[in-house]
Structures are given as structure tokens and as C-alpha cells.
Design a protein around this ligand. Structure first.
Ligand SMILES: Nc1ncnc2c1ncn2[C@@H]1O[C@H](COP(=O)(O)OP(=O)(O)OP(=O)(O)O)[C@@H](O)[C@H]1O
Ligand SMILES: CCCC(=O)O
Length: 362
């Protein structure tokens, strides 16, 4: 049977950039990272207020690259902080737009993904989707118990890249994602470690709000009692503490940079503090992998290391040194989020999968 050549626009909004790609038949036609001036973005009082400006820059980039919008079959954006939902491709609907606009589960640049996809698609009378948003929640009930009765653990992680990489490795094994057991470690500005069983992420650290290993920009798990004392010391406003956890935590807090390459340069010049902190980040990641191995009862088909930090050979070897007894380690540096968005939309357009419907009672 001849496959239709669906042309798809993909949009991945980040805190300082918007990445876009156009795919046809799953192959990349064009890709551009539109960098936004930090000062310009800071003039908007909420992330959501940046939507009109970002939409304009996307349309200009498409025009610059000679992309004929009338040939698009769908637009797909990286989904945001919605209510907890199972993984998959979702059609953008009113309920979703409302939650993204009001920031129902919080503010995150990816909240703009669904909105931008919808606004561009509706003008062209085509479909808009999101795929595997950061709130994908497939956690087992046991994993949700935090030990503090007022607080339930949440699933907020790099679902799009973790699932895309897991599918890729499964295909390389000649098997389907749904047959395998992986520990996937996304190591970017934030770090999340997911226990994947038969296509579901049954446990994962909440990468955004103070859980798991520290990362270039996130504090990870912080000793709770000391954090409470700091909160009530009278020295900080709530948003200042939150910034110390997200954005200015981890490497930024200790070393003033989120750039691991710069940290490696400092270590090479003999900076002992940088060496200790960098080693500690690898140590905490290894501990989290050990925890995920316990979740999987030691039956692990592979540990997959991905994200920008996976380019760092020394960093990767600091981790593998501590966890290679658990199973095979596969390194997939960087992220393939635009491709993963395109593939998610394509599965629906080709009718291999049905688009899921987002509801507020999910
Ligand atoms: N060759 C390299 N060696 C070591 N570290 C690297 C290398 N290239 C990039 N990094 C580091 O990877 C980190 C950024 O990773 P990445 O680009 O995946 O993050 P992001 O997309 O900004 O955030 P997130 O993945 O959390 O959404 C930075 O600390 C960067 O310095
Ligand atoms: C993707 C959620 C985690 C993070 O932003 O670090």
C-alpha cells in the first residue's frame, strides 16, 4: 500500500528558544532553533503572554525556509504542565487549551507548545496534537506514596525524549518497546530517571520540583528539615526558594554555571570544588539508577543514558563505573524531541494509533 506523504510542523518551546522542524513522511525537511533574547522575554509577565510573539517568529522562520503552509497536514507541539495523563498522542482540544492558558499545573515553556500548534493549525484548518507531555503519569500506586500523608509523589519528567529513546533502543534490539524493561536516564538542564516496564514508566523522579539527582539547573532532593528551616527563616520569599530549587539549583548553585563543558574545563585546570560537585552529580545519578533497578527487581534489559550530558565521555564513565553491574549500558547523547513529535502525529495520521482525548476528569 502506498503511504501518504504527510507533512508535519513540529514545535518545541524552551525557556530561551523555540525549536521547530518540518517533516515529510517522517523525514526532516528543515529544522531551526529560534533563539529569543532573554531580556525581551523577561518583559512578559507570564510565559503564556509570549505566545503571539513566538508564533510570529515561527511563521517568519517557515517563510524564510520557503515552507508552503498550505501543504501541512498537522501541527504538533511539545505538551506542557497539564493534569496527569497516560502517554501518547493527544488532539489539542478546548479543555487542554484552558489548562495550558491558566497554567493549571504550573508554568513551563512547554505550555506554549499545544497553544502554538492549535493557533497555527486552526488557521489552516488542519489537526493539532501534543505528544507525551511532561506530565505523563503511568506511575504505580505504590510509587505515589511519599511517606508524608499531605503530599503525593508526582510524575513530571522528560517523557517525550525518554519514550522516544526507549522505542529507538527497542527497535535496535529487534523488539517492541512494550516487551522490554529499561532504565532511561535523561540528563539535560534537568535530570530524570525512569523505570520503564512494557511501555509504561512505572516510577520516575519529579525532575521539576525537588526530587532525584541534582542537575545542571535543579537542586534535586534536598534535606526536608533544613529546607523547612530556610523557608521560615524570614530571609527569603517563596519564589526565591523555588528558584534555588529550579533554575538556580545544582551546578548553577554550586559553581555559577549550567554548562557541564565549562565545568570540565575548570576541572582540567585543577579546580577541586568543581571536581567534587561534578563527581557528586554522577554519584547521585548512579544512586537513582540503583533505585530504579530495585523497582524493576533487577530484571533490566538495558540502562539508556541520553540528553546533553551524555555527550560527556568522562561524565558517562563516572556513572557506568558505579552501575554496570546492573546491566548493559547504551548511550544515546542529545535529544530527538522534534522527530519524536513528528512520529507521534504520524502514527495518528496513518491511523496506526487513535489520538487520545484530554479531559479534566482524567
Ligand atoms: N560535549 C558535551 N560534554 C559534556 N556536557 C555537554 C556536552 N554538550 C552538552 N553538554 C551539557 O548538557 C547540558 C544540556 O543538556 P540539554 O541540551 O539536553 O539540556 P536542555 O535541553 O537545555 O534541558 P532539558 O534536557 O532538561 O530539557 C549542559 O550542561 C551542557 O553543558
Ligand atoms: C521535563 C520536566 C523536568 C524538567 O524540566 O527538568
Amino acid at each position: 500500500m502506498v503511504q501518504k506523504h504527510f507533512r508535519i510542523l513540529t514545535i518545541n518551546p524552551g525557556s530561551t528558544s523555540t525549536k521547530i522542524g518540518v517533516f515529510e513522511h517522517g523525514k526532516l525537511l528543515m529544522e531551526e532553533t529560534i533563539r529569543h533574547d532573554r531580556e525581551l522575554l523577561s518583559k512578559y509577565d507570564a510565559i503564556i503572554a509570549q505566545y503571539q510573539f513566538r508564533k510570529q517568529t515561527i511563521l517568519e522562520a517557515l517563510d524564510r525556509n520557503g515552507i508552503n503552509l498550505s501543504k501541512l497536514a498537522a501541527v504538533v507541539g511539545r505538551g506542557g504542565l497539564l493534569r496527569p495523563i497516560p502517554g501518547g498522542t493527544y488532539a489539542v482540544n478546548e479543555a487542554m487549551l484552558e489548562d495550558l492558558r491558566t497554567g493549571y499545573s504550573g508554568q513551563h515553556a512547554s505550555n506554549l507548545g499545544g497553544i502554538l500548534a492549535y493557533e497555527i493549525a486552526s488557521q489552516l484548518n488542519i489537526e493539532a496534537f501534543i505528544v507525551d507531555p511532561v506530565v505523563v503519569d503511568e506511575m504505580e500506586p505504590i510509587a505515589k506514596v511519599s511517606g508524608f500523608a499531605d503530599v503525593e509523589r508526582k510524575s513530571i519528567f522528560h517523557a517525550l525524549n525518554q519514550k522516544a529513546v526507549a522505542r529507538q533502543v527497542a527497535a535496535e534490539f529487534g523488539k517492541s518497546y512494550e516487551e522490554l524493561r529499561f532504565i532511561v536516564v535523561h540528563m539535560g538542564g534537568g535530570i530524570t530517571v525512569g523505570a520503564h516496564v512494557n511501555g509504561r514508566v512505572i516510577d520516575v523522579n519529579n525532575g521539576l520540583h525537588g526530587e532525584g539527582p541534582f542537575s545542571p539547573e535543579r537542586a534535586g532532593t534536598v534535606p526536608a528539615g533544613d529546607l523547612v528551616s530556610l523557608c521560615f527563616s524570614g530571609e527569603y520569599y517563596a519564589d526565591e526558594i523555588m528558584k534555588k530549587i529550579v533554575g538556580q539549583g545544582g551546578l548553577v548553585g554550586y559553581l555559577g554555571t549550567n554548562d557541564a563543558v565549562e565545568v570540565e574545563t575548570r576541572i582540567a585546570k585543577g579546580d577541586e570544588r568543581a571536581e567534587l560537585v561534578y563527581e557528586a552529580m554522577a554519584y547521585q545519578i548512579a544512586k537513582e539508577i540503583g533505585a530504579a533497578a530495585a523497582v524493576l527487581k533487577g530484571k533490566v534489559d538495558a540502562i539508556v543514558l541520553t540528553g546533553g550530558l551524555a555527550y560527556g565521555k568522562q561524565f558517562v564513565s563516572k556513572i557506568t563505573d558505579r552501575v554496570q553491574w546492573i546491566g548493559d549500558i547504551i548511550v544515546k547523547p542529545g535529544e530527538n524531541e522534534l522527530q519524536a513529535l513528528a512520529e507521534g502525529a504520524l502514527r495518528v495520521l496513518r491511523k496506526q494509533e487513535e489520538a487520545k482525548v484530554y479531559r479534566i476528569d482524567m
